[in-house]
Design a binder for this molecule. Structure first.
Ligand code: NOJ
Ligand code: CA
Length: 703
């Protein structure tokens, strides 16, 4: 009797929760966002609306695994609701405390029948958007499995304006295209042509974070959070029906993930607002990451640095390599027998000059690239070993530089260009980190230029995702901070691993000497790449015209005014900021350089005052633990007048504001070095209008 009641109850459950019967809804804590989950003919769907507007229309959820489907025949076993409202404190960032407030719905699905599988979908609805992930629980019929495809759809409500770049398995260093979704194709093709190494994704795809603006004024950002043990996600584009769908990066066997239950996918994220400023202020992606993995974090410190770096991109022809060794010769065994080329930048005397400059102007560190053996033929995809990470070139005296730098209160920053040989880096990693600790280094810039070894992998495939995390975790064992270049774009993992200070993973300043970044580039970056975490953009170029260097790259130009370079320290927040230009160029403009010396790299609070993707950004920030504020404003190719509302300042006090602005005749191309510095008295009542030149900007320091 008991048993049959149980069975009857079970069938009633199936009836209730299957077919077209099941639909559940939750709303965000402020009631503005509504999420509806539905099962239709066994297929799971979700939709999201903002007030009365669709953010995404009903879109599919699910996976195809190799050998079975997790896409249909689903019924609902249970639905659990919960909510959270907590505040947590990041080790560093734009805000010293972050509110994590959401409504959660956990939908537990199962496929009736003997071979049926269980899959849960966890939705978290915040005031600024939605995160959801798939969870594959422990179950008798699911142990090891591989992913063929993720089917998640983002069914947009129209032909939105998109800020996007081509989908690629290996790189994010493309120029952005701004166009309606129906018209992005030509821009995608054009952008994809202008890079050195890449693997265009199969089909028609774009990269995330993808920024969109609807015709009726909704700003929508699609990305992922906490990318761990899973391949990076691109988006397939259907530019007729405006349905985007997940495109996981395969490995070269075509597999899109090797998993063992219990396991979760990363979070799929949709940040949304009718106010562009709130997209930039959103902490949703960080909130969806796990809390800090380390108990003790006092060794993690934001860094302002200079580097033996820009001289390799500009004048003089400085080289990373010690010699002009002919690549065609057999492998080098003894570097001390090579003939020096006389242009090797990372030599002890030159590095000391940088250390002196850093000490004089209060920088924390000096990055030195090209210090180690291997640069003579580092690009080769054929070699199995490229670099040695504990073998300095003969002219780089690591012990002496450690002594010299520490006497002056400066750190030398390590550089590990792996040449994308991740397997060899893993072999050497422990030795490399030990070498760093012994020689006084506490931060490393890693690099992944070229095609990945193991040769089965791409920069964004699952094995590499795990590699980057292994590096950051192992570095933490040695109390080392990491700045990774060319790695997969970030997904908020710096919350969990705050020693992962910054990444590149987009077109940085270096591209100003390799084709250029468009005038609107840095007005798009915060809405795209930076949604996942800080970027080592390497701003601060005062000598913007490369013709100055006589013959090296005479037609190359930085696409900003000098004042806009200053503003970038505030509009591109990062706990790791470089003053990238040559020391002698800073000596030519000491008054403007003062801003770079003053500006903070860690913040108590931030106020986005004005913002429109692709057009302009004005932001104010309060320096962490100091009564100092910094404001940055930038514009695209169009001159603009910014309005700075100082109501972020404490009431009833007067402050001195130093304004660094474009000169009256400034223009990024024709007159980039025209700037003006003035001081004014401000209070929380003040409003200032500041003019910006074409691709210009301004910076303000307030004390
Ligand atoms: C590319 C990096 O982005 C750049 O900063 C570095 O100097 C070169 N690779 C060499 O490692
Ligand atoms: Ca790069």
């Amino acid at each position: 009797m008991r048993k049959s009641i149980k069975i009857l109850g079970f069938f009633i459950l199936i009836l209730l929760f299957s077919g077209n019967l099941f639909a559940q809804k939750i709303t965000s804590p402020d009631g503005n966002l509504t999420l509806i989950f539905r099962i239709t003919q066994g297929v799971p769907y979700y939709e999201l609306s903002y007030s009365d507007k669709y953010v995404v229309k009903p879109g599919r959820l699910g996976f195809e695994a190799n050998g079975f489907s997790l896409a249909n025949n689903f019924a609902v076993k249970d639905v659990k609701y919960s909510s959270l409202n907590e505040t947590w404190r990041p080790v560093w960032g734009e805000y010293s405390s972050v509110v994590n407030n959401y409504t959660e719905m956990l939908v537990q699905l199962f496929q009736p029948g003997e071979k049926g599988k269980s899959m849960n979908i966890r939705f978290r609805l915040f005031n600024d958007g939605l995160g959801f992930r798939y969870e594959f629980p422990n179950q008798p019929s699911l142990n090891y499995f591989t992913i063929k495809d993720e089917l998640t759809e983002f069914a947009l409500a129209g032909d939105h304006l998109a800020f996007c770049m081509p989908g690629d398995y290996d790189t994010n260093e493309f120029a952005y295209t701004t166009a309606k979704l129906s018209g992005i194709a030509p821009g995608m093709d054009q952008a994809a042509r202008s890079k050195g190494y890449e693997t265009k994704a199969s089909g028609y795809t774009v990269q995330t974070p993808l920024m969109l603006k609807s015709g009726d004024g909704l700003y929508i950002n699609i990305h992922e959070a906490s990318l761990v043990n899973f391949p990076g996600m691109l988006l397939n584009v259907d530019d007729k029906n405006f349905i985007l769908s997940s495109h996981l990066t395969p490995d070269k066997n075509g597999v899109k993930g090797y998993l063992q239950a219990p396991v979760n996918s990363p979070w799929r994220t949709i940040v949304v607002s009718n106010d562009a400023r709130k997209i930039l202020a959103s902490r949703l992606i960080l909130n969806l990451n796990e809390p800090c993995a380390f108990e003790e974090t006092s060794w993690i410190k934001p860094v302002k640095y200079i580097g033996v770096w820009w001289e390799m991109f500009t004048g003089g022809g400085s080289t990373w390599a010690f010699s002009d060794y002919n690549k065609a010769k057999p492998g080098i065994t003894d570097y001390s027998k090579l003939t020096p080329n006389g242009k090797h930048a990372a030599n002890t005397a030159n590095v000391k000059k940088y250390i002196d400059f850093a000490a004089k102007h209060g920088f924390d560190a000096v990055l030195v690239e090209g210090w180690n053996e291997g640069w003579e033929d580092w690009g080769s995809y054929v070699k199995d070993v490229h670099f040695s990470f504990d073998s300095p070139y003969p002219d780089f005296d690591v012990k002496e530089l450690h002594r010299y730098a520490s006497e002056r209160g400066v750190k030398v920053m390590m550089h590990h260009e792996t040449s994308s040989n991740a397997s060899d880096y893993e072999r050497q990693m422990d030795r490399a980190f030990k070498f760093m600790v012994e020689n006084g280094y506490n931060s490393v810039k890693t690099g992944y230029v070229g095609y990945i070894i193991p040769r089965s992998e791409y920069h964004s495939s699952q094995w590499m995702i795990n590699h980057y995390i292994r590096v950051v975790e192992r570095a933490a064992d040695f109390k080392i901070m990491v700045n990774s270049h060319e790695a997969v774009r970030p997904t908020g993992l710096s919350r969990t691993y705050p020693n992962w200070l910054a990444q590149e993973s987009a077109r940085g300043t270096e591209f100003e000497t390799m084709g250029g970044n468009s005038c609107d580039h840095t007005t798009i970056l915060p809405f795209t790449r930076l949604m996942g975490g800080p970027m080592d953009y390497t701003p601060g170029i005062f000598q913007t015209d490369m013709a100055y260097y006589k013959g090296f790259k005479p037609d190359q130009k930085v696409h900003t005014t000098l004042a806009k370079q200053l503003a970038l320290y505030v509009t591109i927040p990062s706990p790791l900021q470089m003053a990238a230009d040559l020391p002698e160029n800073y000596d030519r403009f000491p008054d403007a350089f003062q801003f770079i010396k003053d500006v903070a790299v860690d913040w108590d609070n931030s106020w986005y005052l004005e913002a429109e993707p692709g057009d302009y950004i004005t932001v104010a920030r309060k320096s962490k633990g100091e009564n100092e504020w910094y404001v940055g404003g930038i514009t695209d190719e169009n001159p603009r007048e910014a309005t700075v509302d100082f109501s972020f300042l404490p009431q009833g006090e007067k402050f001195v504001a130093t304004i660094y602005e474009d000169g009256k005749d400034a223009h990024w191309d024709k007159n980039p070095q025209s700037y003006n510095i003035r001081t004014v008295s401000v209070s929380s009542e003040s409003r200032l209008k500041i003019k910006m030149a074409a691709s210009g900007g301004f910076a303000i320091g307030i004390k």
